[in-house]
Design a protein around this ligand. Structure first.
Ligand SMILES: NC(=O)c1ccc[n+]([C@@H]2O[C@H](COP(=O)([O-])OP(=O)(O)OC[C@H]3O[C@@H](n4cnc5c(N)ncnc54)[C@H](O)[C@@H]3O)[C@@H](O)[C@H]2O)c1
Length: 274
């Protein structure tokens, strides 16, 4: 299947990055938001990155924004990156399916919802999959291609090749909570909080230990503050609910920091102050 036009639903943190990489490599890209104010804010983010003027012109030339679904009728692939809410996602799929072609592949950038359940909410469960990008999208090389139980081999192959065409390095992940990266990363971050709770070391020493001892680009508490403690707490709860294994259970301190509003960088304070 030849992909010419890509649609992106949502122009928030992830949607704007996804739209940017699609337009930058030459796909005609159309991104939908709920209103003009949010759309313009999202599109503004696309033009802020450090790129040459030529590259920026190419990206901007391929990119357009809309607040309607009708404008997306031409899309061969649509990547959904709206808020992490099952009912909202169901709603946009229903509206989108009224206008797109039969051949259109629908992908979700969800971090935590069940991809098979999202696929089942559409009329095209075989042409549905997960395409999980990492933040910041234009910089992070990895994408996880997530196969729902119903994703056809043809859809999977097309999506894998599409991810490569964006200059990304795809890996294949099953539809299980956390896919591959968060399945490994979340227990590690939760364990770091447990180590801090039992006073294994100071925040600085625990971070320094993992950074310099393991060659990680940043320690677990710097990373937790970057990702957001609320996001980590939310994902850990989903993983624990599904697997019922203690490694995924959020430690008491994490919950208390979230309810106290210490969410990390975005709130000005997490494990560190900003
Ligand atoms: N933030 C991350 O690090 C990250 C990483 C990987 C995946 N994800 C996933 O990506 C998705 C988006 O996350 P985000 O961080 O960009 O959130 P965000 O809040 O920054 O952006 C979501 C955007 O979706 C828009 N939106 C809501 N309803 C909509 C609708 N009906 N149609 C079009 N747009 C709509 C909102 O106006 C908002 O701008 C979620 O599914 C999330 O789990 C996030």
């Amino acid at each position: 299947m030849q992909i010419k036009t890509v649609g992106v639903l949502g122009c928030g943190l992830m949607g704007s990055g996804i739209a940017q990489v699609c337009a930058a490599v030459g796909y005609k890209t159309i991104v939908r938001e709920v209103d003009d104010v949010t759309l313009n804010k999202g599109l503004g983010r696309v033009t802020k990155g450090k790129v040459t003027p030529e590259a920026r012109d190419k990206t901007v030339g391929n990119l357009s924004g809309t607040t309607t679904f009708e404008a997306m009728n031409d899309c061969d692939v649509v990547v959904e990156a709206i808020i992490e809410n099952l009912d909202e996602k169901r709603g946009v799929y229903a509206a989108l399916e009224k206008v797109v072609s039969d051949h259109t592949i629908l992908l979700s950038n969800t971090s935590s919802l069940c991809v098979t359940e999202l696929a089942a909410a559409t009329k095209r469960p075989d042409r549905f999959g997960g395409l999980h990008f990492f933040n910041p999208v234009p910089i992070m090389k990895l994408v996880e291609v997530v196969r729902a139980l119903t994703t056809s081999d043809e859809t999977y192959q097309t999506v894998f090749t599409f991810a490569q065409s964006l200059g990304k390095e795809p890996i294949t992940a099953p539809d299980r909570p956390g896919f591959i990266v968060n399945r490994l990363l979340v227990p590690y971050l939760l364990d770091a909080v447990r180590c801090y709770e039992i006073c294994l070391g100071t925040l600085e020493d625990l971070d320094k230990g993992m950074k310099l001892g393991c060659g990680y680009p940043m320690g677990p508490f710097t990373l937790l503050d970057f990702v957001g403690l609320d996001t980590t707490y939310y994902i850990a709860n989903i993983m624990f609910e599904e697997f019922r294994e203690p490694v995924y259970a959020p430690p008491p301190l994490l919950k208390r920091m979230v309810v106290a509003g210490r969410l990390g960088r975005k709130s000005g304070q997490g494990f560190y102050k900003y």
